[in-house]
Structure formats: structure tokens, C-alpha cells
Design a protein around this ligand. Structure first.
Ligand SMILES: NC(=O)C1=CN([C@@H]2O[C@H](COP(=O)(O)OP(=O)(O)OC[C@H]3O[C@@H](n4cnc5c(N)ncnc54)[C@H](OP(=O)(O)O)[C@@H]3O)[C@@H](O)[C@H]2O)[C@@H](O)CC1
Ligand SMILES: Nc1ncnc2c1ncn2[C@@H]1O[C@H](COP(=O)(O)OP(=O)(O)O)[C@@H](O)[C@H]1O
Ligand SMILES: [K+]
Length: 501
């Protein structure tokens, strides 16, 4: 698992590295600059005219060091320094090292609108993790110019003005790329910050490995290695009983497609046996569309009302295309009163819980809830920003002793212990109807196979996004449909298992 650390934790790591490696502070800054430059020169050749905008803190010190290294590699570089703050020692040291190489352009007043017209690339080294209040005045004026520039905007460590672990206000640089040191910052994972962060990249600056390992955090992001470790190969003498019997309660008149998508994904996720409970109208369609599944037929024509018995199923997946008819609410109540094994709860099943809050507390421990942000808001209430939403998500997971998955570009998975795992696979091609139903199927399928609910969520969400990425590679984002995720799920399993699936 890769850690996401707070600014304070990074500062501690920084100081510890300086003391225990030991390494001089200016040499650590030199490493950070070199890591940035190595990233940068792979993406920009020496014909590009570069502007570097520096503050007078250590982020500005990085900017000066980067300028020296790029000049040594024969790039054309203009360096601006915004006057105001008290320069740090390492900023001063890098200013001295730069003497004779380039004349620093000082900015003391609102710059002309043409200031960056001669730049193909603007490197933002105004403020980094030391930001202590919203940017205003001269800083806001410079940022306005940076954001208006036609140049490629690259931020050093964090876009200036963005707070790494709290909501931001004031002027903020809109970077297209952010090259961040050592670990990603929490703010990078929130949709509202995407216009500032652009695409983020992590470069290793060699902070103390031992302390990095020992530093505790509630926030991680998931890599291929993490899911590979969680994936379980099938045993030689296993049989269908080994892989569980899932009950999928999904579909209503006009929404049988949701049940089909979830059922197909469930089967491709490796479940042993699948029964789909569906109203009469769905019966013939499901038998044809998903021949591998058994169908339990509700007495009602158009929506589900009565579950015969939930005994004998290892897991229930409920919600896709379910509707919220009164009879369906009654059925949900019955399920929650009698069934004590983990469930996967999605879509209308979540909306029913939100509208009948007494049911929420009956969710069996170890379940997985998969709201999108709107469904989450219905469940947990409005929040002012995504930091607050994340706290509510942790609270809900703790309260229900279940895993809460809030879906989006970086889907967040919260354990009952309050640990958050951000998923990194997936793409905007998946922003289309039915992809959530596929996720419900995958998670139900994994839970049936006795993965823990946390492992099922981490592995399932990753596989779902990876199937989307593999599909997009062949089909493009625009044309991706939810069924493609099912088609590419086998390839995603092969990739995660290292070809062993
Ligand atoms: N381990 C690592 O990751 C390494 C990190 N390194 C680099 O160091 C960067 C952090 O540097 P930093 O701590 O000097 O902070 P930085 O952001 O440059 O500026 C702070 C100055 O700005 C001021 N100030 C703040 N807000 C303000 C406002 N709104 N308006 C006006 N002023 C404001 C603040 O003043 P104060 O709050 O004290 O009043 C202070 O003077 C980090 O992002 C990375 O680039 C590498 O070099 C080495 C290894
Ligand atoms: N921009 C994106 N990047 C990555 N994944 C995305 C993006 N947009 C949507 N997704 C994924 O697609 C799925 C959409 O689910 P949901 O909103 O429930 O759709 P539906 O209800 O139509 O099935 C989620 O798993 C979400 O993480
Ligand atoms: K910056």
C-alpha cells in the first residue's frame, strides 16, 4: 500500500532524514530538484522556452535549483521571483548558486498581462506545502497571469495556493501536471481539486525509508502489487461449492438490464453458483441472457416483493435496477431482519436505506455499501467539501462495521476501522449508465468466494477500473459501455494475477 501523508508528517520525515541519514537540508533540496528535472527532461526538449515562477520559501528554492539544472542542460530559462516573504536559508543558498547563470526578474507589483507570453512552459514554484493561508494580493495577481498563460503549466510539489490536506480558498494555480515529492497529497484525490492538480506524478526524493515505513496513516492508495497480494488462486481440487452461492436481487420492469449486467459480472468474478431473484417480467429475459444463472421468480409482475428464503446463500447482492416500490421496501426490511451474512448494497437498495433510516442500522456487519456521491449524500447528509465527506464516510463504515465505497474517479474504500484506500484504476469512459451495476456484480462474486469484505472491495474496485482501462485501450473512452467492463474483466484478472488466473 502506498501511503498518503499529511504536510506535518512530511515535514517530520524531512527533518528526520536530514538528521539521521544524515544529509544537509540544501542537499535534500538538491535531490528534490534533480528528481523534478529528471521527470521534466523526458517530456520537454531544449527548444522549449521555460519560465520558472518562484516564491521565497523552500518551494521557491526548488524553483531556483531547477533553473540552474535546466540551464546546465542548455534550456532557455527565465526566472521570476515574487518579492514579499522572508527568504529561507535554502532559497538563499540556491540564489547564490544561480548567480552569474541568469538574472532574476523580480516581481513587486501586478505584472503585465503579457508577462508569460514568451514561455512555452511555466513551472510553478511559488508556494508548496508551507502555505498557511489563502493567497491574495500580488500572489493572486501572479497566479491569475499563470492561469491565463497559453503555456504548459507544471507545478512543483503542489499547485501554489492548494492546501494538501484541507479545503482550499483564495487564488490557486491551475496546473496541467503536478510533480509531487515522495508521496501523493490527500487533496489530489478529490474531484473539486482536479482543475488545479491536473495529472499528478510522484518522484522519489529519498526520504528516510525506515521512518516512512513506520509512519502511521489512515490514507492509502492502491497499486497493482497490493491487489496481486490479495488475489487468491483457485485450488486444484475445488468445486463449485468452494466458490459460494450468491443471490442477486436486482431488476424491475424496464430495468432488467441492470440485473443482467450485475449477473454477468458476478459470474465473470468467479462465483460458484448464482441465483437471481426477479419479478415475473424479468424471468424469460434473464434465463436467455444469463444461462449460467438460476432464477427465483417473485410473485409480482413488475418489481420484487417477496424473497422465498435467504437461507443457503453465502452472500446477497441487492440494488441494481430494483426500484423503490412499497412492496420492495417491505422485502428489504424482511431481508435485513433475517439475513445476517455480509451483503453488497447498491443503488435503490441504498436509497431505501436512506429513506427508512431504521433499516440502516440493521445492515449485517461486514457488508459492502457502494454509493455514488449523490447516494452517499442521501445516506449520510450534505457536506461542505470532500474532506468532510471523507470523514462522514469513515464514520458510516465504523457505525455499520462495514466497508463503504464511494464511487468516482478515485473511488474511496473505507474499512470499519476508519482506514481509507483510494483506487487508481478507471477512466472517464466509465462515466456511463450501468457501470455501477457491474461493480455490484464483481463485489458480490468476490464476497461469495470468502474474500474478506475489505479485500473484496479493494480487489473488486481495482479490477472494475482495470477492466475499464483495458477496454478503453482497445475501444476508446467515448464508446465504452458497461457491458465492455464484463467483457474485459477476464483480462483484468489475468493482469492482476500475473497471468495465473
Ligand atoms: N520533504 C520534502 O517534501 C521536501 C520539500 N521541499 C520543498 O519545500 C517546500 C515547502 O517549503 P516551505 O515550508 O518553505 O514552504 P513554501 O510553500 O515554499 O512557502 C512558505 C513561505 O510562504 C509563506 N506563506 C504561506 N502562505 C502564505 C500566503 N498565503 N501568503 C503569503 N505568504 C505565505 C510562509 O510564511 P508564514 O506562514 O511563515 O507567514 C513561508 O514564509 C515543499 O513544498 C517542497 O517544494 C524540498 O525542497 C526538500 C524536501
Ligand atoms: N471519471 C471516472 N474515472 C474513473 N471511474 C469512473 C469515472 N466515472 C465513473 N467511474 C466509475 O463508474 C462507476 C459508475 O457507477 P454508478 O454511478 O453507480 O453508475 P450506474 O448507476 O449507472 O451503474 C463507478 O464505479 C465509478 O467509480
Ligand atoms: K508550487
Amino acid at each position: 500500500m502506498t501511503k498518503i501523508l499529511t504536510t506535518d508528517q512530511i515535514r517530520t520525515l524531512d527533518a528526520y532524514t536530514i538528521q539521521h541519514e544524515p544529509v544537509a537540508s540544501i542537499d535534500l533540496m538538491e535531490r528534490a530538484c534533480r528528481a523534478f528535472v529528471e521527470w521534466f527532461i523526458k517530456r520537454a526538449d531544449t527548444s522549449r522556452r521555460i519560465g520558472i515562477v518562484c516564491g521565497t520559501g523552500n518551494n521557491g528554492g526548488d524553483g531556483l535549483g531547477i533553473a540552474r539544472m535546466l540551464l546546465a542542460r542548455h534550456y532557455t530559462v527565465t526566472v521570476w521571483v515574487v518579492e514579499g516573504g522572508k527568504p529561507t536559508a535554502d532559497f538563499e543558498a540556491n540564489r547564490t548558486r544561480l548567480l552569474g547563470n541568469v538574472i532574476l526578474q523580480m516581481i513587486a507589483d501586478t505584472p503585465p498581462s503579457t508577462i508569460f507570453d514568451t514561455c512555452d512552459i511555466v513551472i510553478d514554484a511559488l508556494f508548496g506545502s508551507g502555505l498557511s493561508r489563502p493567497l491574495e494580493g500580488i500572489y493572486a495577481a501572479v497566479i491569475e497571469r499563470i492561469n491565463a498563460a497559453a503555456a504548459w503549466r507544471v507545478a512543483v510539489d503542489v499547485p501554489s495556493g492548494l492546501r494538501a490536506d484541507a479545503p482550499s480558498q483564495g487564488a490557486i494555480v491551475q496546473a496541467q501536471d503536478t510533480v509531487s515529492f515522495q508521496v501523493p497529497k490527500l487533496a489530489f484525490f478529490f474531484a473539486s481539486n482536479a482543475p488545479y492538480v491536473g495529472t499528478w506524478h510522484i518522484v522519489d526524493i529519498g526520504l528516510h525509508k525506515g521512518l516512512l515505513q513506520d509512519t502511521e496513516t489512515d490514507h492509502y492508495y492502491v497499486s497493482n502489487d497490493d491487489v496481486h497480494r490479495r488475489w487468491k488462486p483457485r485450488a486444484r481440487f475445488s468445486h463449485k461449492g468452494t466458490y459460494g452461492h450468491a443471490l442477486l436481487v436486482a431488476g424491475s420492469y424496464g430495468k432488467t438490464g441492470a440485473a443482467i449486467l450485475a449477473a454477468r459480472a458476478l459470474l465473470r468474478a468467479g462465483v460458484g453458483l448464482l441465483t437471481i431473484h426477479t419479478p415475473v417480467r424479468g424471468y424469460a429475459i434473464l434465463q436467455q441472457a444469463v444461462p449460467e444463472a438460476m432464477v427465483s421468480i417473485d410473485p409480482f409482475e413488475e418489481y420484487a416483493s417477496t424473497l422465498p428464503s435467504s437461507d443457503g446463500y453465502s452472500v446477497i447482492g441487492v440494488g441494481p435496477g430494483l426500484g423503490q416500490a412499497d412492496a420492495t421496501v417491505k422485502m428489504m426490511r424482511k431481508i435485513l431482519e433475517t439475513y445476517r451474512k455480509p451483503m453488497v448494497i447498491d443503488a435503490d437498495a441504498l436509497n431505501i436505506l436512506a429513506a427508512h433510516r431504521e433499516l440502516l442500522l440493521r445492515v449485517p456487519a461486514g457488508s459492502i455499501l457502494t454509493p455514488h456521491p449523490k447516494e452517499f449524500e442521501r445516506l449520510a447528509g450534505k457536506t461542505a467539501n470532500e474532506f468532510e465527506r471523507l470523514e462522514k464516510q469513515k464514520e458510516l463504515a465504523r457505525q455499520l462495521k462495514s466497508v463503504v465505497v464511494v464511487k468516482g474517479a478515485y473511488t474511496s474504500i473505507t474499512s470499519p476501522g476508519g482506514v481509507v484506500y483510494f483506487n487508481t484504476t478507471g477512466n472517464p469512459g466509465m462515466a456511463t449508465g450501468g457501470t455501477g451495476d457491474v461493480l455490484t456484480g464483481i463485489l458480490t462474486g468476490l464476497l461469495a468466494q470468502s474474500y474478506t469484505s475489505l479485500d473484496a472491495a479493494i480487489l473488486g474496485v481495482y479490477l472494475h477500473g482495470l477492466a475499464g482501462d483495458l477496454a478503453t485501450h482497445d475501444l476508446g473512452e467515448d464508446s465504452l459501455v458497461a457491458s465492455d467492463l464484463v467483457t474485459y474483466l477476464p483480462a483484468a484478472f489475468l493482469k492482476v494475477s500475473g497471468g495465473k488466473s
